[in-house]
Design a protein around this ligand. Structure first.
Ligand SMILES: Cc1ncc(COP(=O)(O)O)c(C=O)c1O
Length: 344
């Protein structure tokens, strides 16, 4: 089995996991602490899961049965692969490069993963994707929008075009959607084979709690729920996510800050010789640099954690840099600039 390879240590600056580098807004933190003080630690989760699901359902104008919560969107995506996989005859189609776990979940689900290579500029050939889904008689098609780790996004019209032209289950992984704004959730009523996966880990800065959710038809949510163990989510995470969702307006300044930092840093990195910056609609930038391996080594020695992909297909000599706080971004840029100019 391949494993999810990410190098973790006590970094001075940690911009390797697309987290939010700011903790909860103070007003939210206060409400969270007060809610945690009322948790019945001795009880299994009860109505907490429903409370959060109801809130999410109301926001998207769907029924509670159309919502499924998970331990991060990871649990949801994994279970979807199990639901639609199960034998090597079951094909799961996804772009490559994209979220590296798709390949791993396909293997874990005993399914056959069918990667569709992105073009050299990391855009997706939509016709090729549709043709691959059809030709392989896929059980599940997956698009990560915006795409991790390349950063680019399909338009809503492009997502709808794919939904119109394929008939298998179609997962749109919207882990970074808050940084883009064009969610496909409005298409759910029209396309019952569409599935949207979302997470609290990125824009809401709740990576520690592991909470995600899925929007889909009742048929699909009930299949995923059957794959869960009893009481699969813990009350602590559920109540924290519930408060965060109630107070989601409080996160807008953080999200806007990450977007503006991404735009600012993209312009700065573009000024560096031999560095290519790919368009991004997320909270990270993917850059290409001919000596990315050496650069990554130097960054690590300086205690700066960025994401390097080794020799993953299509990602040779690239580094993914998450947007941290302004001063962190400036320090990372300063280091990379010095390295590129031969001063580090
Ligand atoms: C595209 C994508 N999907 C899903 C996830 C899983 O996120 P989580 O399990 O924290 O919700 C990630 C995390 O990096 C991601 O990048």
């Amino acid at each position: 089995m391949p494993s999810y390879d990410v190098v973790e240590r006590d970094w001075n600056i940690k911009v390797n996991a697309n987290e939010c580098n700011m903790n909860l807004p103070p007003l939210v933190a206060e409400r969270v602490m007060s809610r945690l003080s009322r948790v019945a630690f001795n009880r299994y989760p009860n109505e907490e899961e429903n409370a959060l699901a109801e809130q999410i359902a109301r926001n998207f104008h769907v029924e509670c049965d159309n919502i499924c919560l998970g331990n991060g969107s990871s649990e949801i995506v994994e279970k979807l692969f199990y639901v639609f996989g199960g034998s090597t005859e079951r094909k799961i189609v996804y772009p490559e490069p994209s979220f590296s776990m798709y390949r791993i979940y396909a293997k874990a689900a005993d399914a056959t993963g069918v990667p569709v290579a992105l073009r050299e500029d990391y855009t997706l050939d939509i016709e090729k994707f549709i043709q691959t889904v059809k030709a392989s008689n896929a059980a599940l098609a997956v698009i990560c929008n915006p795409n991790n780790p390349t950063g680019g996004a399909l338009t809503l019209a492009e997502i709808e075009y794919i939904a119109q032209n394929i008939s298998c289950a179609f997962l749109v992984d919207e882990a970074y959607i808050e940084f883009y704004g064009q969610t496909a959730s409005g298409l759910l009523k029209k396309y019952p084979h569409l599935i949207i996966a979302r997470t609290f880990s990125k824009a809401y800065g709740l990576a520690s709690c592991r909470v995600g959710y899925m929007l889909a038809s009742k048929e699909i949510t009930s299949m995923v729920k059957k794959a869960y163990m009893p009481y699969h989510m813990n009350v602590l995470s559920l109540v924290v996510a519930d408060i965060c969702y109630q107070m989601r307006q409080e996160f807008i300044p953080h999200i806007q800050m990450m977007i503006s930092e991404r735009k600012r840093m993209a312009e700065e990195y573009k000024k560096l010789n031999d560095v290519t910056v790919y368009p991004s609609e997320t909270n990270f930038l993917l850059i290409h640099y001919k000596a990315a391996v050496e650069l990554n080594k130097a960054l690590m020695e300086a205690g700066i954690g960025v994401r390097s992909f080794g020799n993953a297909p299509g990602l040779e000599n690239t580094l993914r840099i998450s947007m941290g706080r302004r001063e962190e971004n400036d320090s990372v840029l300063k280091f990379i600039k010095a390295f590129v100019e031969g001063r580090a």
